[in-house]
Design a protein around this ligand. Structure first.
Ligand code: NDP
Length: 437
């Protein structure tokens, strides 16, 4: 009987214990500092591992600021590709200091092309792997965009080099904290704008063209068009790299999510929709898209006409500005098009000191280079026909981007040049298309 009572007590205890265990098991107790703490640990531990390895490897085990790692300096200083060194505009937050930019993008582009074709030819890296793995590569690019944004932001704040902060974390992550982030002499902003997006975009088309050749024994005029279109763009960015250090993006924009994500992931993986469409179409239909000849010719014509205006308009303004600033550099890059340099053009001398060009394309419309860029963008869509709206994402999105850029730039120039800008707008009343808008 005694034993029976004990059994009952044990039974009740076990029952109570099992409920207690269940409650205990499902109770959430924030450990490791809760959500913030674990986030910090997830990012902190990998960073700490690199940091401690860096101290051991390069500084005899001494604790030094990660920003002063010898490794960064060595990476940043080491270069073999030749190119001009160009000065940026005076940066007010650096007491008017003008930073140096090593512009060896042109050499680097052709070295990359030669190396990649050799790798492909010898079978060490098949260029068709790019189009075959578009989704996974895009995923890595998106993850890289977020990771680099957070890292650059955190390092800049740790360095105390943040600039023009709003105080709203998400807004500051989007706009960025660093104005001139560098690793040695490599400027991360210009690197991200020139060396990443257009090169990936070009390779996506090259990859699809080679794949088409391997599948069908030839590359279609439409796919060859995409290779040409993306080649013209990447080549133009590389050959005009020395004009970028003095642009608004370098002088004013910060290196945040907007620039980082867009250049690492947005540009290459959305501007390539036309190529992806053509690639998938050929696989689904057992052969490449075949347009009527005149349609293909029209697309090529629009692309090349747009390119000519775009290249020469950018060149006219940049060379005019550089000559007046005494920093004109003669480069033997390809192609140097007729009317790319103006002889004795008309201009307005502003009270600010800068000259506003009113000759050449700049006397025809104030943003004619945007119109030309849009002509090229639409030609990238037109070459796919009208089977899907997705290849038109880039040109339509680009309209929005450029309209926003125009209004922002016009406002800035009106403030900067006052009456002189009004005079320019009177003299050249049209923005995009002479006589229309
Ligand atoms: P712009 O080339 O339009 O440069 C604007 C600046 O040039 C102005 O702020 C002013 O700067 C100066 N300027 C304006 N008019 C004159 C003039 N008549 N004479 C002399 N200087 C003048 O700006 P962007 O940086 O936006 O564009 C550069 C190129 O990049 C364009 O061809 C554009 O199409 C392309 N682009 C492409 C993108 C893409 O995703 N594909 C995105 C953005 C641009 P200052 O204060 O020095 O006087």
């Amino acid at each position: 009987m005694k034993n029976g009572t004990k059994d009952l007590e044990n039974h009740v205890d076990r029952k109570t214990n099992s409920k207690y265990d269940k409650d205990l098991d499902s109770e959430i107790i924030f450990e490791f500092g809760g959500p913030w703490g674990v986030t910090a640990m997830m990012f902190g531990f990998p960073t700490l591992m690199f940091y401690m390895w860096g101290c051991l490897q390069f500084h005899s085990g001494q604790l030094v600021s990660p920003l002063n790692f010898e490794l960064w300096k060595q990476i940043g200083e080491a270069y073999i590709a030749p190119g001009p060194i160009v000065k940026g505009l005076p940066v007010p937050s650096l007491e008017g200091k003008q930073l140096d930019y090593l512009c060896n993008g042109f050499f680097s582009l052709y070295a990359t092309i030669a190396t990649s074709f050799a790798l492909h030819y010898y079978g060490w890296f098949r260029l068709t792997d790019i189009i075959d793995n578009f989704g996974p590569i895009m995923t890595i690019a998106i993850i890289s965009g977020f990771t680099i944004t957070v890292l650059v932001y955190a390092i800049t704040v740790m360095q105390g080099k943040q600039h023009r902060m709003s105080g709203y974390l998400m807004y500051d992550l989007f706009m960025g904290a660093a104005l001139n982030p560098r690793i040695g002499r490599v400027d991360l902003k210009i690197f991200a704008e020139i060396r990443i997006p257009w090169v990936i975009l070009f390779y996506i088309s090259v990859s699809a063209a080679i794949k088409e050749y391997e599948l069908f024994g030839y590359t279609s005029p439409a796919m060859a068009f995409m290779v040409l279109a993306h080649f013209l763009y990447v080549n133009a960015c590389a050959k005009g790299e020395e004009c970028i250090p003095t642009t608004w993006d370098m002088f004013y924009e910060k290196f945040g999510f907007m620039l980082i994500f867009w250049n690492f992931a947005g540009v290459p993986f959305t501007y390539s929709y036309a190529t992806i469409f053509l690639h998938n179409y050929s696989i689904e239909h057992g052969g490449p898209i075949q347009h009527l000849k005149y349609w293909t010719y029209l697309c090529y014509g629009l692309l090349l006409f747009g390119y000519y205006i775009w290249d020469t308009a950018n060149s006219q303004k940049n060379k005019f500005r550089m000559a007046n600033n005494g920093v004109h550099i003669k480069r033997y890059t390809f192609p140097q098009l007729p009317w790319g340099v103006l002889k004795n053009p008309s201009y307005i001398k502003t009270s600010h000191g800068n000259l506003i060009l009113t000759g050449g394309w700049w006397g025809i419309a104030r943003k004619i280079h945007y119109t030309a860029d849009l002509m090229m963008a639409f030609s990238w869509g037109f070459i796919t026909g009208f089977n899907s709206p997705i290849p038109y994402f880039y040109p339509l999105f680009f309209v929005v981007v450029l309209v926003h850029r125009v209004s922002r730039d016009m406002e800035r120039c009106a403030k900067k040049y006052g009456k002189d800008w009004e005079e320019y707008c009177k003299k050249v009343p049209y923005i995009f298309i002479p006589g229309v808008i």
